[in-house]
Design a protein around this ligand. Sequence first.
Ligand SMILES: [Zn+2]
Length: 358
Amino acid sequence: MLVRSIPIKLKVNDLIIKTIELYKIGLQHCVDVSWDMRIRNNIKLHPFVYSNLRNIGLPSQLAVSCIKQACGIVKRAKNKPFINKVSVRYNPPRSFSFKNNILSISTIKGRVKIPIQIPEYALKYFDWKIVESLLTQNKGKYYFTFTFAGEDVQNSNQHKQILGIDLGVNKLAVTSDGRFYGKNIKQLRIKHDKFVSILQSKGTRASKRKLKNLSGTWNRFMRLQNHNISKSIVESLNNGDVIVMEDLKGIRTTAKYNKWVHKWAFRQLQSFIEYKALDKGIRVVYVNPRYTSKSCSVCHNTKTVRHSGFIECKICGHNSDSDFGSSKNIAQLYQRNMCRAIVNTPVDLASDDSVLNV
Ligand SMILES: [Zn+2]
């Protein structure tokens, strides 16, 4: 199953603008209640907010979307969230439909019909199934981002999973099906480095011996982590599936490669994934990581901002964990350019033991 999102500029009227405003007020209300009452589940939140949402004038389907969306936002938040931009979630056929180039969407005063011109490149997706889509506003412009689910022609006769893996900015590895590995390693590494610099400044014979031991300890620890992570990733896949990773050769120039885990650790993780995958008949391919951390994983444009581990799209308003977004981009990059990906680049298996620079 593939998912594509196509943002289309809308000519809007006052009703739609008011609907977005009300949805925003409703969303903030749900977020406040969810946060204050510590309810993160939309079914449990429902009785506390639904009638308020209906009273301010939201149609029932948008009220339901609002509650769900609020729980998602609160679940990810570290501090009480303030909504300054909103994407109204529409679900077909209950809150919108699209037929003969006419978009019909729910507003605070019933359905509104808007004629839409589909750009030529997007025509083929309108044969796919339309799923939950977004109404967004950005700098006075309005967009309806259609989301389609379908099968690529190249994959139509097979149901292979394509799993993208993003290698560490904040976590060691994040997969495009939403698994996070090695979240605590960055902290451990910082502690480790502090200890190393204390020992180095001492410069005694005992401290030098300790340093040597420490280096070995850290390498064994990373090796074990990499074994466990690669095992868990490969175990979730089946014969015929595809793993997509970043070509580390490109990482040096993208500034994504970071200080806290040395490149050998990433290379080791890739090599462990690779040999476990090949054993199970899972293909491993590598793509150029350029833009994978900058692009929106929903609408694919690069007008995004990053803040404290999250990436927010300036066009469609999508907001998600930045490493998770990258992993989805990596999988999608392979799907879009299947022939250009490098297949099974040999990874130097010897390097994981021979490199011991901590
Ligand atoms: Zn976007």
